[in-house]
Design a protein around this ligand. Structure first.
Ligand code: NAP
Ligand code: GCO
Length: 256
């Protein structure tokens, strides 16, 4: 068994990070690559994906694009089959996700379906396609990007909250079923992170002041602050951690 920093070494491992052309997914992909992994980046917009891969490549990191829509099960199945033909996917990060905000009584069905498809159905499609190979190999790491909303509600984001609560419980369910195959399925619960998904909130000084007051750390987080948790849960350092949601939230879920 490796010791010390070697426990976190991802050399020789391949990681697929969905929704990684920007934001949290790109930061996690960069962090896994810096820990030695070959990273496969994913998103729908191929141009942004190629730019993200080129940026990592310019830093000497091993990054490849794989554009597909995580809400399209056929596209997911075909993409995963092609990736697995190139070699095993050792680490899967189910990161792709969207946010839509409106009072529940006004929430449109198509917006509900878009959120559930992107934030939850995608984890079913991708985890099943990759997990079948992990089960056969008796080894794998799956990291689901949950949320503070996996634990707490906030007005105007009920559909998002429902998906993130479901993703937390899917994490525990997969732990129960795949733990015996040496597959560790865990989650990361980010707090309020400065990304495009939250652009409107960041621009709202009243909301930002609320985030700073409500969060013990007293601030929004940068995307890079999630890398340590991702490398830990992707590495041998977490081989006996399963079904756990690691909140990287400045303490917001610990306090009233
Ligand atoms: P973001 O900046 O909006 O990035 C979203 C990424 O997902 C983009 O790369 C986008 O690229 C991709 N994507 C969206 N729909 C997709 C689809 N159908 N298929 C494939 N890729 C898709 O968002 P973020 O803030 O980084 O959020 C990433 C994840 O973290 C989400 O699951 C979110 O719920 C979660 N999270 C965020 C925060 C936060 O404070 N920001 C906190 C907790 C959890 P394309 O549009 O080109 O596909
Ligand atoms: C919101 C935000 C949150 C955060 C994140 C917190 O509207 O309150 O989008 O949902 O982004 O999910 O963990």
């Amino acid at each position: 068994m490796a010791k010390g920093a070697a426990l976190f070494d991802l050399t020789g491992r391949t990681a697929l990070v969905t929704g990684s052309s920007q934001g949290i997914g790109l930061a996690i992909a960069r962090g896994l690559a810096e820990a030695g992994a070959k990273v496969v980046l994913n998103a729908r917009r191929a141009n942004k994906l190629d730019e993200a891969c080129a940026a990592l490549g310019s830093e000497g990191l091993d990054a490849y694009p794989c554009a597909f829509d995580v809400t399209d099960q056929t596209a997911v199945t075909q993409a995963i089959a092609a990736l697995e033909r190139d070699g095993p996917i050792d680490i899967l990060v189910n990161n792709a996700g969207i946010q839509r905000r409106a009072p529940f009584e006004d929430f449109k069905l198509d917006a509900w379906q878009e959120i559930v498809g992107t934030n939850l159905h995608s984890a079913f499609y991708v985890s099943q396609a990759v997990g079948r190979h992990m089960v056969n190999r008796k080894r794998g790491k799956i990291i689901n990007i949950c949320s503070v909303m996996s634990e707490l509600g906030r007005p105007t984001i009920v559909p998002y909250t429902a998906t993130k609560g479901a993703l937390k419980m899917m994490t525990k369910g997969l732990c129960a079923e795949w733990g015996k195959h040496n597959i560790q399925v865990n989650g990361i619960g980010p707090g309020y992170i400065k990304t495009e998904l939250n652009a409107a909130l960041i621009a709202d000084e009243t909301f930002s002041a609320w985030v700073r007051a409500r969060t013990p750390a007293g601030r929004w987080a940068e995307v890079d602050e999630l890398i340590g948790a991702a490398v830990f849960l992707a590495s041998d350092a977490s081989n006996y951690v399963n079904g756990h949601i690691l909140y990287v939230d400045g303490g917001i879920t610990a306090v009233v």
